[in-house]
Each structure stands twice: as C-alpha cells, then as structure tokens.
Ligand binder design. Structure first.
Ligand code: GP9
Ligand code: MN
Length: 623
C-alpha cells in the first residue's frame, strides 16, 4: 500500500494557537490591564480561546484546501487588525473601542494630525503571526496540513470551544458578579470575557439601542409623561421666584466630594472658603452625585435635563443628537443668555456637539482663554486664572445670563505646582489621596477669589451662585488610604456615603440655611428653575425641587445603589444609617423597585429619543 508522509502539525491548531498567544501578548504589552490575583490572570489567558476556536473551526466545513487556507488567513488578518485597531485607539484614549465612540467622528477630527505619529514601523509585529502563516502556506505547505476530522471529532472540537467559553463566563461571574447586566467599565469586560467577545457584546448593545429608537413611538411618551407628572413636587411658597431675573452662575466643581467640607488634614482646614460660603447659602447636606462612566459630562447631563445618564458609555457621546428640554433652554426662553465656560478642548466629552443640543448659545472653550504654560498644570488651565478671565468675559455678556462653568485643577492625578500648595499633603500609601487635599484646597481658594472678583465687578449682587461637586475624586482603589484618613473601615455603606458631593445655592438677600433632605444631581433642574420663578409642572423630568415640602428623601445611583432618609442600599444589602450596619432587607425592598423603574423610564426616554414627541407648549396647556 502506498503511504503519503503527512505532517503532524494541524493547520487549524496553528491558526488558533498563533492568534491566541498573540492576543494574550497584546493584553500584556499594549493595554494597561490591572491584574490583582492569579484567577484574574488565568481568566485573561483563556478568554480569547473560545472565540478564536469557533471562528477558525469554520475552516473544517470547507471542502477545498485553497478556500480553507484563504478563509483561515483572512480571519487571522481581520482579527489581528481588530486587535491592532484597539491598540492604536488605546494609545490615544486609554480605552477600548466602542461602537458609539467609533461613529463619533468629531473625536477623530481631533486626532487627525497626531494619529499618523502614533503608528510605528515596529507595529508590523502585531501581524507577525499572520505573515508567518501566510509564508508557510505559500512556501512550505507540507509543514502543516489540514487534518480532516470525523464528525465526532468535529463535534468534540466545537463542544470544547463552548465548554471553554462557559468556564470563562463562570470564572468571570465569580470574579465579577453580574458583569454583563450591571454597570461596568470596559477594562473589566475585556479582562473577563476577552476583547473579541467584548466587541460582539458591544455591537449587540448598540443594535439594541438603535432598534429602540427606530421602534419608539409617541404613545410611549404618554406613559413616561404620566410617570413624570406623578413625581412633580410643587414649589416652596417662600422660595419660589426669589432669584427671578438674577444671573445664574453654576459651577461644576471638579472631583469634589463632601467629606472634605468642614474637615481638616494635618490639622489644617481643607475648604475654609466653602465652609463659610455654605453658611450664607441654601446648603444641601445630603446631596449625592449620580454619574456613571460619563463623569463630568454625566453630571452636566443630570443637572440640565433632570434625566439619568446611561449605565454604559457617556450619554454625551451616544445620544448627542437627541431632543432635550434642558434648564438652559427654559432659561433662554425666559430671556437668559445661556452659555458654558470651560477652558478645555471643546470636543472633550463631545461637548461642542452636545452643547448645541442642550441649547447653550455660546461655549467659551480653551480658545476664549489665554492659556500659557505658567497658568496651567495637570489637565490644563488652573482654576484661579480661569475664574479671573471668566469674570472678564461675564462683564461683556448680555444680561441676565446663565453661565455653566467647569473647573479643572482638582482632577486626577491631582498634580499641582509647588507655588499653589496651601496645605500639606496627607501621609497615606496613596499619593492620589495625599495630593487630593492640596488640590481641593487650591480650588477652594480659586472660588474665594472668584467671589471677590464678582464683587469687584459689580456682578455679585445680581447673581445666584450655585456650586456642585460633579463626582468622586477618590475611587475605591484608595480604600485603604481613605480608611486611614476617616479612621474607620470603608464598608460598602461608607463607600456609598462618600458619593455625597457639595451642593449650595447662594442667593443675594436670602438667608443661608441647611437643607437635609436626601437628593441628588437629578434634582438640580427643578430646584433652580423654581427659584428663578419658572414652574416645571408638565416637564418630563425625574428630579424634584429640593425645597419643596413634597420632596421625597431619595437618591438613586446609576449602578442600582440608593439612599433614603434612613437606609442605604449598597452591595445588595440594606444598611441602617443609624448603626452603619446591614439590617433587614425588607426596609429597602420597596425602593429597589422604585429605583429600577426610574432608571428604566429615564433610559427609555434616551434610547427612544422620546422627547422628540414632546411638545412643551401643549404640555403646559394641558395642566
Ligand atoms: C475635562 C473635564 C474632566 O474637560 O471635564 O472630565 P472628567 O474626567 O472629570 O469626566
Ligand atoms: Mn469631572
């Protein structure tokens, strides 16, 4: 019998192995994926396999060698290209590609020139395996060959691919419960399910939300409208309209959490100005941020629209084309010159596009400021010169005006210039937390000067000044240092309480007072509009006037946690505020449903772009 010599190396096995190993190498060399334990490392190692096996496994189905070879080569090229595209994207954004981001062309316009600089000749290495595979198939086809498999073995192959996938998902579930259903960050996803599966998941979410918009119709609006109506809290008689006709200056104070207020580090006061200013203001002491991945922009979204941001991505990016009924628009209808002031690149967070949808007449961005090396640190222009130059711009604005301002200096990683250091750093194992106090102190000083300058310019007496913290500055990664500072363990309860941010409204001629109802950024729109004498009855909003007697003490976080008058729901437990310990879950039970319903209605408005069916004028008449 004539025997042919056959290579023992299976072509499909090589194709799988190459791509798998490469993907893992790319994880380790080109992305910053934090690995905390061996299980995570193991998940990272195995997470590309199942997808690659399934894709390459299709090769078994081809009868012709030529077609099969082409298929395997094309797939290894395409998947390598996807991987490489992520690498390049990561170099700029420190993030993985998402569909909405990919279609956000304005972002790429920004990159334009610098993008070419980020490619290097050595990047060809990202395709090394594809090239080797190609050369082998072309010049040394005998080296590895396609081994046809029996039906049984083919089945076994695909079954093992699925088995590995379930093992992967199972381990990921142990490592990160509810990874796919709860809010997440992309690094976590890639780390747990792998870059290829992540893209499939992302495409799935994207098509779901596109379909939702296409399928939405005006009848859905009625349901949402009823829900919002039921939430309406009538204005407080004493305070309704007290700010009427005055300018509104609202400052989004970067990364400022409430725990720094009336607090010290190394015996030094952290926010001397804010502490005094709070005394003269309506000061909300149980006020929480409700932001998700969109950070500062989510806070802007909440305050303007009284809608929740999304659990995935930044709504500023994903839904900038939607119809909104913002606070800026309402003020503009009442004769206000609505504008935004932020000395940063205008397309950051897609602001230039989104600000049009929100209805600001003008965006004073970095090009409107004189920014030099001397007056910059960390992310850009320092807060003191920012406020100083802003007052100059305000003097020229038509009156009354509404300016939404965003500070920048107190931003992670909290770098500062020695000359701006007014208190000493803290001494924990977290440089981030240590520096944070110094930069918060600097921002506090900048606000003090701002108010002084407003006084000098004559604007102060005619302006309402609102300050809110946009989101946390110190993440849970610094729990150890944080617990050293607080002198207690950072339990999920404490962690939720740390999401409190300052919120104060200074109105000339109105006495300061403390308001302790539990609320959040979602409540800012109705609270402010009522102070300015603009009723929000009939508006589609999810917040309530914090000054209203009907305001319900409640704040839902974007990730399902929430705070009530007496309880905190965090880590799937119900915590008693009085004891700071978990208590009977029945106390939180009714609110779990409430929080979910609210978030769900808000999401439906955004995904379905439902406000396009809403006519504010007819709504007013109906009520
Ligand atoms: C950038 C600033 C910071 O313009 O708003 O954004 P953040 O990282 O805090 O969301
Ligand atoms: Mn921010």
């Amino acid at each position: 019998m004539k025997r042919t010599i056959r290579s023992n190396i299976s072509l499909i096995a090589v194709a799988v192995l190459f791509l798998w190993m490469k993907t893992y190498l790319v994880y380790k060399t080109s992305f910053n994926i934090d690995i905390e334990n061996t299980l995570q490392e193991f998940i990272l190692l195995i997470n590309p396999i199942s997808f690659i096996m399934l894709v390459m496994g299709v090769g078994f189905l081809f009868k012709s060698d030529k077609v099969r070879n082409r298929y395997l080569l094309t797939m290894s090229f395409l998947l390598s290209f996807l991987l490489y595209a992520n690498v390049v994207f990561y170099r700029f954004f420190n993030d993985f590609i998402t569909m909405p981001l990919l279609f956000q062309t304005s972002n790429f316009a920004d990159l334009g020139n610098s993008v070419t600089e980020e490619f290097s000749l050595t990047d060809i290495l990202y395709f090394a395996d594809v090239i080797i595979l190609f050369l082998l198939l072309k010049f040394k086809p005998s080296f590895m060959q396609f081994h046809p498999m029996s039906k049984m073995n083919r089945r076994a192959y695909f079954l093992s691919a699925f088995a590995i996938m379930f093992l992967n998902l199972g381990l990921a579930e142990i490592e990160r419960p509810q990874l796919l259903t709860r809010t997440f960050d992309r690094e976590m996803l890639v780390k747990n399910i792998g870059t290829f599966n992540y893209h499939i998941y992302d495409v799935f979410l994207q098509s779901k939300s596109s379909a939702q918009r296409a399928l939405a119709n005006s009848s859905e609006m009625t349901e949402v409208d009823n829900f919002a109506d039921a939430k309406y809290a009538a204005p407080n008689d004493e305070l309704f309209g007290v700010a009427k006709g005055k300018n509104l200056i609202m400052v989004s104070v970067e990364s400022t959490q409430a725990f720094v207020l009336n607090n010290k580090v190394n015996g030094q006061e952290i926010t001397p100005f804010l502490n005094d200013f709070a005394e003269e203001s309506l000061n909300y002491t149980n006020f929480y941020h409700q932001t998700g991945q969109g950070k500062t922009s989510d806070a802007e979204f909440l305050t303007e629209n009284s809608l929740y941001p999304l659990s995935r991505g930044a709504v500023f990016f994903t839904h900038s084309g939607n119809e909104f009924n913002s606070m800026a628009e309402k003020l503009a209808e009442n004769g206000y010159y609505a504008n935004a002031m932020h000395a940063n690149n205008k397309s950051f967070w897609n602001r230039d596009i989104m600000y049009d949808s929100i209805g600001y007449e003008r965006f004073y961005d970095e090009e409107d400021y004189e920014i030099t090396e001397d007056n910059s640190v960390n992310w850009g222009m320092k807060d003191i010169p920012f406020f100083e130059q802003s007052v100059g711009l305000m003097k020229e604005m038509p009156k009354p005006f509404y300016s939404k301002m965003i500070t920048l200096t107190n931003h992670h990683p909290f770098y500062y210039d020695e000359e701006d250091k007014m208190i000493d750093e803290y001494n924990s194992n977290s440089g981030t937390l240590n520096r944070y106090f110094v930069t918060v102190r600097y921002t506090d000083e900048s606000l003090k000067r701002f108010v002084e300058e407003l006084k000098e310019s004559g604007l102060y007496e005619n302006s309402v000044i609102v300050l809110y913290g946009d989101h946390y500055g110190i993440s849970e990664n610094h729990n150890e240092a944080m617990s050293q500072y607080l002198g207690k363990e950072v339990t999920p309860f404490v962690s939720a309480q740390l999401q409190k941010v300052p919120f104060m409204i200074h109105i000339p001629g109105v006495d300061g007072r403390e308001i302790s109802t539990v609320g959040g950024q979602i409540d800012i729109r109705p609270t402010l509009l009522h102070l300015f004498g603009i009723d929000t009855k009939g508006d589609i909003q999810f917040g309530q006037d914090l000054n209203s007697e009907d305001h319900e003490s409640f704040a839902a976080f974007r990730d399902g946690r929430f705070i009530t008058e007496d309880y905190v729901y965090a880590d799937s437990k119900c915590w008693d505020k009085a004891t700071e310990q978990p208590t009977d879950s029945s106390y939180c039970e009714p609110y779990i449903e409430k929080a979910a319903t609210e978030l769900n209605y808000s999401d439906r408005i955004i995904y379905g772009d439902l406000l396009r069916f809403y006519d504010p004028d007819s709504a007013k008449k109906e009520h």
